[in-house]
Write a protein that binds this ligand. Structure first.
Ligand code: PRP
Length: 221
């Protein structure tokens, strides 16, 4: 970490559904920068006054930026933390972005028991999560890694089963898929690089405390 890095707090925000609530919460806590928008083509935004830098990352890459100290802190879903398994501190459950990781199949393929799906193909953006789940259920499956629109895979015969995030359930419903098993549930988490947490403890801890207060006050409303 260089001395100029020591003057700034670098915050990683993920593109996608968590961006707006994460940026909104940080703004409430007094952390923002001019031009900070999800669709910004600029990937680093600096607020010189508050000595804060924001970086905007692809969702699944965010824990890597924090693990290596390219960002001091970040906001990311628990689903991504479980999948990526990076060495970062998870400091706070921010309580927004609630969704669940589900195994789902086309309605016509529904079976009686979980193990009746053994040896089927599973399409997912979360190969490690899926692998672990089926391994602990004692099921051998073929995992096919995709990067999005997972619900398409069973419709066109690429896979029989999917493992994916469900928020409102609308995407499953509109594609005639049914939930079979919940793997875990997820919310947004505040994470920190291990070294940054020690070196910039006062600043990071003050932000954590501020966020805690904001989350608590939101709960009461
Ligand atoms: C996520 C997820 C589901 C959908 C679930 O995809 O992978 O496809 O949202 O939301 P719902 O239950 O409210 O319908 P996302 O929109 O992030 O895009 P992707 O499919 O390209 O990954």
């Amino acid at each position: 970490m260089t001395s100029s890095d020591m003057n700034y707090l670098t915050i990683a925000l993920p593109k996608g559904k968590l961006f707006a609530p994460a940026a909104g919460l940080l703004a409430q806590a007094g952390y923002t920068a001019a031009g900070l928008k999800e669709d910004s083509r600029k990937l680093v935004l600096v607020n010189e006054e508050s000595k804060t830098k924001f970086i905007i990352t692809k969702t699944s890459d965010l824990p890597t930026y924090v693990e290596y100290g390219a960002a001091d802190i970040g906001i990311i879903g628990k689903d991504v933390l479980l999948e990526e398994n990076k060495d970062v501190y998870e400091l706070l459950d921010l309580k927004f972005g609630l969704c669940r990781m589900m195994m789902a199949v086309p309605a016509g393929l529904r079976r009686e028991k979980l193990t009746d799906y053994t040896h089927m193909r599973v399409a997912t953006k979360y190969p490690h999560t899926a692998e672990q789940f089926f391994y602990s259920a004692g099921m051998q499956m073929e995992i096919i890694k995709l990067n999005g629109s997972i619900e398409l895979a069973p419709i066109v015969g690429l896979a029989e089963v999917i493992v994916d995030l469900v928020e409102t359930g609308r995407t499953l419903k509109e594609n005639n898929l049914v939930e079979i098993a919940q793997i875990h549930s997820s919310t947004a988490r505040f994470i920190a690089n291990r070294v940054s947490y020690k070196m910039k403890f006062a600043r990071i801890n003050a932000l954590v405390e501020r966020l805690k207060t904001l989350i608590e006050s939101e709960k009461l409303q």
